[in-house]
Write a protein that binds this ligand. Structure first.
Ligand SMILES: Cc1cc2nc3c(=O)[nH]c(=O)nc-3n(C[C@H](O)[C@H](O)[C@H](O)COP(=O)(O)OP(=O)(O)OC[C@H]3O[C@@H](n4cnc5c(N)ncnc54)[C@H](O)[C@@H]3O)c2cc1C
Length: 387
C-alpha cells in the first residue's frame, strides 16, 4: 500500500490522516468506477461535486464559521493527492475551487465572506480563477481586460482564457485592469456569474485532465456592484500571485498523486506480467525504474508537506511551494512515461490507466506557473532580483 510507504519522518496527525482517508474513500467509491468513461467522453462530472461537498472536501479551506472544515494545508495536500491518484481532473477542480475559498477567507470583506464562503463550502457552488488572457500568461502584468467605474459599480470588458471550472462556476475571482499599464494597475473582482454580461465563448479540448472544465470567458459590458472588488483597488496582481503561491501546493499535490498512481500501477503490473519465465519485476531494467519512482515519490511528498507545513505555521513558503511544484510535476511527467514503458504495449492501450496518467501529468508542468517560472521564483529566492 502506498499509504504505508508515506515517509515516516514526517508524522501526520490523526486529523490529517482522517481527511486524506475521507478523500480516498470518496475517490474510490464515487470516481474510480467511472473515470475511464468520463475520461473517454470528456465528462465534467457535475453531480460528483455535491458528493464532495457532503464529504467536506469543497470546504477544506473555509473557516468553520461558514460551514467549512478549516483544514490545515497538510491535510488539504493529502486530500488533493488522494483525489489525483484516482483522477487528476477532479483534483484540479477541487484545488482551484479551494484556492478561491482561501483567497476570499484571507482577502475578502466581511460581506464578501458572508456572501460566498458558505455556499462554496456547503451548497455545491464551485469557484473559478480568471487571470490568463490570449496575450498574457506567464507575463500576467500584460492583461488587457478592463474594469471601469460606473456610478456605484464597475463595468467589465475583455476575455479570460482557459478558466478552470469556468462553465460551472458560481463565482470567479478574475483580474481586470483598473489603472495604468503594468503590474500596479490591476484589481481583483469576485464576479457573480449569475449576473448578465459574461458568457462561455469556447470550451477547450485538451491532451489530458478530461474531467476538468477549461473555458474561455467573454465579458461584454458586464455590470458588477462596488462590493465585487476584492481587496484594495490596483492591488489585484499581488493578490492573484499570492493566491497562486498557495495554489501551487495543490498542483504539487496533484502531481504527487499522479506519481503515486504510476507507482501503484507499475508495482502491480511488474508482479503480474511475466517474460522469459519470470515476473518482469525480477529484471533490473524494470525494478530500478520502480526504485527511482518510489524514491522520487517520497521526495515529492516531503517537499509538498514541507511547503504546506510552513504555510500552516504562518511562515514564508513561496520558494518552497515552487520547489515542490517544480519537482513533483517534473517527476510525475518523467515517471508516467516510465510507468507506461513498464506496461509495454498494454501501457499504450486504454485497457490500463497509465496512458491517462501520461496525458494528465504534463499539465502540472504548465499551469499555475510553468516550470520555467518556478525556477525564476526559486532563483530569485537564492540570488535576489537583478534589476
Ligand atoms: C488546462 C489549463 C487550465 C488552466 N487554468 C487556468 C485558470 O483556471 N486560470 C487562469 O488564469 N489560467 C489558467 N491556465 C493558464 C496557465 O496558467 C498558463 O497557460 C500558464 O501560466 C502559462 O502561460 P502561457 O500558456 O501563456 O505560456 P507563455 O507565458 O506564453 O509561455 C510560453 C513558454 O515560454 C516560457 N516563458 C515565459 N516567460 C518566461 C521567462 N520569463 N523565463 C523563462 N521562460 C519563460 C514558459 O515557461 C513557456 O515554456 C490554464 C492553462 C491550461 C492549459
Amino acid at each position: 500500500m502506498i499509504e504505508a510507504a508515506r515517509p515516516g519522518a514526517f508524522e501526520l496527525s490523526d486529523e490529517q490522516r482522517a481527511i486524506g482517508e475521507v478523500a480516498r474513500d470518496v475517490a474510490q467509491r464515487e470516481i474510480a468506477p467511472h473515470i475511464a468513461q468520463w475520461d473517454r467522453e470528456h465528462v465534467f462530472p457535475r453531480a460528483l461535486y455535491a458528493k464532495l461537498t457532503a464529504a467536506g472536501l469543497m470546504g477544506m479551506l473555509v473557516p468553520e464559521a461558514f460551514g467549512g472544515v478549516a483544514a490545515d494545508y497538510v491535510s488539504y495536500a493529502l486530500a488533493i493527492e488522494e483525489l489525483a491518484k484516482v483522477d487528476a481532473g477532479t483534483a484540479v477542480t477541487v484545488s482551484v475551487h479551494s484556492m478561491i475559498c482561501n483567497a476570499i477567507a484571507k482577502l475578502g470583506s466581511a460581506a464578501q465572506q458572508a456572501r460566498w464562503l458558505e455556499p462554496l463550502a456547503t451548497a455545491d457552488v464551485i469557484a473559478g480563477f480568471g487571470l490568463t488572457e490570449p496575450d498574457a500568461g506567464s507575463d500576467a502584468a500584460a492583461i488587457r481586460a478592463t474594469a471601469r467605474r460606473d456610478g456605484d459599480g464597475w463595468v467589465l470588458n475583455g476575455r479570460k482564457q482557459w478558466c478552470t471550472n469556468g462553465a460551472y462556476s458560481g463565482v470567479i475571482m478574475a483580474m481586470f485592469r483598473t489603472g495604468g499599464a503594468g503590474s500596479k494597475g490591476i484589481s481583483a473582482f469576485l464576479v457573480d456569474t449569475a449576473l448578465p454580461g459574461v458568457v462561455v465563448e469556447k470550451t477547450t479540448e485538451k491532451l489530458g485532465i478530461h474531467t476538468s472544465n477549461t473555458v474561455d470567458l467573454a465579458f461584454d459590458d458586464m455590470r458588477v456592484p462596488a462590493e465585487a472588488l476584492l481587496g484594495a483597488e490596483n492591488a489585484g496582481l499581488t493578490q492573484a500571485l499570492a493566491t497562486l503561491t498557495s495554489g501551487r501546493i495543490g498542483i504539487a499535490a496533484q502531481a504527487t498523486g499522479i506519481l503515486a498512481a504510476c507507482l501503484d500501477a507499475s508495482v502491480t503490473f511488474a508482479k503480474d506480467r511475466s517474460a522469459f519465465g519470470k515476473p518482469i519485476g525480477a529484471f533490473e531494467g524494470v525494478s530500478f525504474k520502480i526504485a527511482r519512482m518510489a524514491t522520487d515519490l517520497d521526495a515529492a511528498r516531503l517537499l509538498v508537506y514541507r511547503a504546506a507545513a510552513l504555510a500552516d505555521a504562518g511562515r514564508p513558503f513561496t520558494v518552497e511551494a515552487s520547489k515542490a511544484k517544480l519537482f513533483a510535476s517534473t517527476k510525475a511527467r518523467e515517471h508516467a512515461s516510465e510507468a507506461l514503458q513498464i506496461h509495454g504495449g498494454y501501457g499504450y492501450t486504454t485497457e490500463f490507466p497509465v496512458e491517462r496518467y501520461y496525458r494528465d501529468a504534463k499539465i502540472t508542468e504548465i499551469y499555475e506557473g510553468t516550470s520555467e517560472i518556478q525556477q525564476l521564483v526559486i532563483a530569485r529566492g537564492i540570488l535576489g532580483r537583478f534589476e
